[in-house]
Design a protein around this ligand. Structure first.
Ligand code: FAD
Length: 483
């Protein structure tokens, strides 16, 4: 098995998109097959060290960053084991990237629907964070598309878990029951803490567990026939209210061919203006929509959007249209440029990423949106507000310039978190809690909810060996210090 202790090599694995600094590790394992993964777990366990799993290191919450102990990279667990175009599923190892999956599926006329934006992310990382992309509006998060998982537990035992296998089914890994937490999860898209529901499928506990319960070594995903034709539209609005009204009017149509609605505020557009000078000067907001073109809507989709735009005092004439493939590719690049630019801004300013990942129920979105604006306009902090408005989920990124502003930004994010929780929303809709959002999770589920999660953790990992500090701080694990 490949095992390295050269710090120059390890250094290359100590950064993700959170900008969290100070990560360090004694060494790194790069297993080339699941058996080697299991051996690594055994070896590290025997040495009483700890283990952090790293996939593509594109996470935004520091989940893959070690603060001591050993790293296990899934980089070489990168085989596509099965591609079944008849039954439309694939079996892959966790280190396969979304780019690789897309490239393998395209010639077969298939695609993997969740499509989180960053294609260098691995499928293992997506499962661990229950990632969802813009197309989550139509297709939901990773969870919806995972049909089976193989997981190596810290005991060395390997679980093969098909969807449908209920939690606490007899003949599972141990005779004691998994203590399912009692909290109510938000009824929004959600990646905050352990999935918990009485009579749940066991697989759901591992999806979104941020690698704290086991190492995912094999994943079966469901696929769909590729969309033959899509239409992309970026529409610009003179006010944010008009943009939001446009999205809500379009959503009311309940058109099942719409893949996503993405929102960009004036600062997002300003940030991109150097690279995209044809962004209209007076635009205060933009909405990016993607729709599948089918035999049923082929002749009227442009009229459909023209009408909706007119109702919101906008016009198709001022929009960017993606009809031809090259136009769509350009628009896709435009969308991807947004998180990339933002991450770069944080990096340049040596700041740990300060961004919300809050989603609220649809009927509470306007209240949340107005709350963002009322709070953001009363201080001097630079902010960028963008994201998955179709799922009532925006990212507010704050870029403080001074120590005082940093404190203001922390306070402001906490206010947003509390507001979202009061509206029955989630504190993390897609990025997970990682190492930087523990206190938000506590707002959602309280100290008692965190305690219940720790009981689940203890069940699978009694020595707190795996992915320490993800989801809850390791200090919370010690009974003496528990709340
Ligand atoms: C430009 C950009 C755009 C992004 N857009 C989106 C988006 O639209 N939607 C979205 O959800 N996210 C988005 N992200 C965040 C990121 O891509 C996702 O969180 C992704 O799921 C992380 O995958 P990864 O392979 O990079 O995982 P890593 O960052 O390496 O790890 C993430 C977590 O998964 C754990 N993990 C990794 N592999 C395994 C495994 N095999 N078993 C158990 N645990 C494991 C790690 O320990 C860590 O806790 C974006 C990031 C960037 C940089």
């Amino acid at each position: 098995m490949i095992k390295k202790t050269d710090q120059a090599i390890i250094h290359g694995f100590l950064e993700d998109s959170s900008n969290l600094t100070g990560a360090h590790a004694d060494g790194i394992y790069l297993p080339e097959n699941p058996v080697e993964g299991k051996e690594a777990v055994k070896e590290i366990g025997q040495n009483k060290s700890s283990l952090t799993i790293v996939g593509g290191a594109t996470g935004t919450t520091g989940g893959c960053l070690p603060f001591g102990g050993w790293l296990l990279s899934t980089q070489k667990l990168n085989r596509i084991i099965t591609l079944d175009d008849k039954q439309m599923f694939a079996v892959v190892e966790p280190g396969v990237t979304l780019n690789d999956i897309e490239a393998a599926l395209k010639p077969l006329g298939l695609f993997y629907p969740p499509d989180p934006t960053e294609k260098t992310a691995t499928i293992g990382g997506n499962v661990a964070t229950n990632a969802s992309g813009s197309r989550g509006y139509r297709f939901g998060a990773t969870r919806n598309w995972v049909r089976r998982l193989k997981v190596v537990l810290t005991s060395g035992e390997v679980l093969d878990i098909p969807r449908g296998l209920k939690i606490n089914t007899k003949a599972l890994h141990s005779s004691s029951l998994i203590p399912i937490p009692h909290y109510q999860m938000p009824k929004t898209k959600n990646a905050a803490g352990y999935f918990a529901k009485q009579d749940m499928d066991l697989i759901d506990l591992f999806i979104g567990a941020e690698g704290t319960l086991g190492i995912v070594t094999e994943i079966e995903i469901a696929l769909l026939p590729i969309m033959k034709e899509t239409f992309d539209l970026v529409s610009f609005f003179a006010s944010e209210g008009q943009a939001v009204a446009f999205v809500f009017a379009a959503k009311r149509e309940k058109d099942k061919t719409i893949n996503f609605f993405e929102y960009f505020d004036a600062n997002t557009l300003q940030m991109l203006k150097n690279n995209y000078p044809h962004i209209p000067n007076n635009a205060q907001a933009a909405v990016y929509v993607e729709q599948e073109i089918t035999a049923a809507n082929k002749n009227n989709y442009l009229d459909f959007w023209a009408q909706l735009l007119e109702q919101s005092q906008a016009s198709l004439d001022n929009c960017w249209l993606g009809i031809a493939p090259n136009q769509r590719i350009e628009l896709e690049k435009f969308r991807h440029a947004i998180p990339e630019h933002i991450n770069e801004l944080f990096k340049q300013n040596h700041l740990v990423k300060m961004a919300t990942d809050l989603a609220v129920p649809a009927d509470k979105f306007r209240e949340m949106f107005n709350f963002y604006n009322s709070q953001l306009t009363t201080n001097q902090l630079f902010y960028i507000k963008f994201g998955h408005i179709g799922e009532n989920h925006l990212h507010v990124n704050l870029l403080p310039k001074t120590k005082e502003q940093k404190q203001q930004a922390d306070d402001l994010i906490m206010r947003f978190v509390k507001k979202a929780v009061s509206l029955n929303g989630t504190v993390s809709a897609e990025h997970g809690i990682g190492k930087i959002k523990h206190q938000y999770l506590k707002e959602l589920y309280g100290a008692s909810g965190i305690k219940e999660m720790i009981e689940v953790k203890k069940h699978f990992d009694p020595t707190f060996f795996l992915n320490r500090n993800n989801i809850f701080p390791s200090s919370a694990f010690r009974p003496a210090q528990a709340d």
